[in-house]
Write a protein that binds this ligand. Structure first.
Ligand SMILES: [Zn+2]
Length: 329
């Protein structure tokens, strides 16, 4: 038996305690686990926002939060006084985006809100630099001093476009955000746009975990945004570092480049990622906005039903809002 060969020190004292702790944590289903404070594994940046900026409400004591789906991967998240915009895409039906290498795609939907009608934004979380996530209109109109939390690669592109407050994150790097009493920690987590061999052709992508509240302690609410990723082994490290995810926003669509190469999750992949991450609730986004999206939302709904996960999914049409109340810790 291999265990017999372990040195004594591995079966008693701190190592044994660690093994026991691991046994306990793996015995609990992940969705039943409580979020725990995260010890940073990467670089930590800090962002201080003026308390009154961004049209935020009362702040840290707020009971409910909202996620409004605008279209593509664009959502407006409002909680604890923060107003966060993700992957801003405000082009209209019939407009085209360039995805590199001469590949273009036509938008098939309208954003639920026009860019000019947005409330004041505290910061943008950008998963990667593709025009269906940060389009030409946004490149022109977004205030140059808007804080943008993104990949290192996208941050360099943003600097060239004149944006002065981008935070380029590598895997597990994080930004600690303060706004008055309110606290938010954003961590870059693994994501990969396409299979391993296609890396050189596609922009680097980050998933992100947004931990709201309480500074260094366990968060009040933990949100995960997948970014444009396929399912691969590294994603399993996300729930290990961030157990107890309350809400997952999954970028689906089964995007096909040149009609062949899959570069975002289809319905089946989305369910697979749910089974890896074990979020309390999942909202699919990025599913019908461009003609390169080949896996309709119905694919995901069918897989969700087959997996018996219907109770854990909320479907939002463009413009709809999901309101959440953090569970009691
Ligand atoms: Zn995309």
């Amino acid at each position: 038996m291999p265990f017999c060969r372990l040195p004594w020190s591995a079966t008693a004292g701190p190592v044994a305690a660690l093994l026991a702790a691991l046994a306990i944590s793996t015995a609990l289903p992940l969705h039943a686990q409580q979020p725990v404070a995260f010890t940073p594994a990467g670089e930590v940046f800090s962002l201080k926002l003026p308390a009154g900026e961004g049209g935020g409400r009362a702040g840290a004591t707020e009971a409910n939060g909202t996620v409004q789906f605008i279209g593509t991967a664009t959502v407006l998240i409002r909680y604890q006084g923060f107003t966060i915009l993700t992957d801003p895409n405000f082009l209209h039906k019939g407009d085209h985006v360039h995805l590199g290498y001469g590949i273009t795609s036509e938008r098939l939907t309208n954003p639920a809100i026009d860019f000019d009608k947005l409330p004041p934004i505290d910061l943008v979380v950008l998963s990667h630099m593709h025009e269906d996530h940060f389009d030409k209109l946004v490149q022109d109109k977004l205030a140059r001093n808007t804080p943008i939390v993104t990949t290192k690669e996208a941050s360099e592109s943003l600097k060239k476009l004149g944006f002065t407050r981008s935070y380029g994150l590598g895997k597990w790097d994080q930004v600690e955000v303060e706004k008055g009493e309110a606290r938010l920690r954003i961590t870059a987590v693994p994501g990969r746009h396409g299979k391993a061999g296609m890396q050189a052709l596609l922009p680097s992508v980050m998933g992100s975990v947004l931990d709201f509240g309480q500074g260094k302690g366990a968060p009040d609410y933990r949100m995960y945004i997948s970014g444009d990723t396929l399912v691969y082994d590294d994603l399993k490290t996300i729930p290990q570092r961030f157990p107890g995810i309350d809400l997952a926003l999954l970028h689906l669509g089964g995007t096909r480049i040149m009609g062949v190469f899959k570069v975002t999750m289809d319905g089946k992949d989305g369910v697979q990622l749910m089974q890896i991450i074990h979020p309390q609730r999942t909202i699919p986004i990025h599913y019908n906005d461009y003609d390169v999206f080949k896996s309709p939302l119905a694919d995901f709904a069918k897989e969700v039903k087959a997996a018996g996960l219907e109770q854990q999914v909320t479907y939002l049409a463009h413009g709809e809002t999901y309101t959440f109340t953090p569970r009691k810790r």
